[in-house]
Design a protein around this ligand. Structure first.
Ligand SMILES: Cc1cc2nc3c(=O)[nH]c(=O)nc-3n(C[C@H](O)[C@H](O)[C@H](O)COP(=O)(O)O)c2cc1C
Length: 373
């Protein structure tokens, strides 16, 4: 047997497989971001399907940081209780569970954040879902760092095993890192080193709030998938700096919601050669770092996933859409049916989530309707 389906030691715990459910917005919280039973049920299915570490969809750290409707929140102490129920339910099925925390920055719409105007490192037009965002003042920066810290304390209180910072896909941490979004000429922009300052300050605050030994890791863009965006070298420098401060692992991703063919979840991955599209970046990270590297992006085939581990490109393999289509994919592979995931990367699962009933695989739905007819 290869490495994918055996146990893997991470964060002082034993993962039942070297697989991760990459954070995936489920669209199943209530209007204020409180956990609903349907959300817990979705995550429990992933644990029953033997995913090693489950990462629920990004949790917004403050009311003005929500990126999508029915997103789960971690912006008040009142959210802890529902999150704790979620953690306990996943633990009961034998998986590790980490919380991804995020702030949307400019990548949101006023109607999602109490009709306020979104804030961002710089007022860059065209990258926001709606209005051009307002440039953050130094006091905005401090308030958002505080919000990340408070969220980290709640994550720890809720019983999560680890915390992941979302520094990819054009949300606030990635906005600061990227030359496409950060035009500042103060201490938070102007050079690569200054652009990474916000991320480092958030990391340090979060680590302090969660306690020194609590595992904090990051999901980061290795490329923005657009000319003028972040480079692998720069992303690697940021992660090197963070790992010198105790970062526990890195998940290598890329793309922006608006980067068309290069978005984080690329469409139409129909043959194995198109899978694992961030593997070269992950390999660079693996060669230059001493922390576990998690690879995400278009992985559907058991053989490709094993190749990534055998070839030293990653330590763990992460899946999002394949597990929306088949929550028990890993179990199926473990039981000997190693056929490729059925997911066709159509991305209609996300559209489906915007209807208000949670993400769902449209192809699955169609075949069920067909069966019933
Ligand atoms: C419906 C949906 C929701 C997503 N939500 C998140 C999220 O909350 N946080 C995140 O880091 N990435 C999110 N992503 C991106 C995925 O985690 C992943 O990086 C991307 O889809 C590529 O992996 P895949 O090919 O296995 O789907 C989402 C993707 C989809 C399709």
């Amino acid at each position: 047997m290869g490495k994918l389906l055996g146990t893997y030691p991470l964060f002082g715990l034993t993962l039942r497989t070297a697989t991760v459910r990459s954070a995936t917005w489920e669209g199943l919280a209530d209007q204020e971001g409180f956990v609903r039973t349907e959300l817990i049920n979705m995550l429990v299915e992933l644990a029953r399907g033997r995913v090693g570490m489950v990462i629920p969809g990004y949790l917004y750290v403050s009311r003005d940081g929500r990126g999508l409707p029915w997103q789960t929140g971690v912006w008040s102490d009142a959210h802890i209780e529902g999150l704790r129920r979620m953690v306990e339910a996943v633990h009961k099925q034998g998986s590790v569970i980490a919380a991804q925390i995020a702030h949307a920055g400019g990548r949101t719409r006023p109607n999602l954040i109490g009709d306020k105007r979104p804030v961002a490192p710089s007022p860059v037009e065209g990258f926001s879902f709606g209005d051009t965002p307002m440039e953050m003042t130094i006091s905005d920066i401090h308030n958002i760092i505080d919000a990340f810290g408070d969220a980290a304390r709640r994550v720890k209180d809720a019983g999560f095993d680890a915390l992941q910072l979302h520094a990819g896909h054009g949300y606030i941490l990635s906005q600061f890192l990227s030359p496409l979004f950060n035009m500042r000429d103060d201490g938070y922009g102007g050079t690569a080193e200054k652009r990474r300052r916000f991320v480092i300050e958030v990391y340090e605050r979060v680590q302090r709030a969660a306690g020194g030994s609590f595992p904090v890791f990051i999901k980061i863009n290795s490329t923005d998938g657009m000319a003028g965006g972040i480079t692998v070298e720069e992303a690697l420098e940021t992660v090197k700096d963070l790992s010198s401060r105790g970062l526990a692992a890195v998940e290598v991703s890329g793309g922006l919601a608006g980067s068309d063919d290069n978005r984080p979840g690329r469409k139409g991955i129909s043959v194995p050669s198109e899978e694992a599209y961030f593997q070269e970046a992950a390999y660079e990270f693996k060669k230059n770092l001493n922390i576990p590297v998690i690879l995400v992006g278009g992985i559907k085939s058991y053989e490709i996933a094993e190749d990534m581990l055998a070839g030293g490109k990653a330590d763990l393999v992460s899946f999002s859409r394949a597990l929306i289509c088949e929550p028990h994919l890993i179990k199926r592979w473990q039981e000997g049916d190693t056929r490729r995931a059925r997911c066709i990367s159509c991305n209609l699962c996300l559209k489906e989530g915007l209807t208000g009933n949670g993400i769902a695989c449209v192809a699955n739905k169609k075949s069920k309707d067909g069966d019933a007819a």
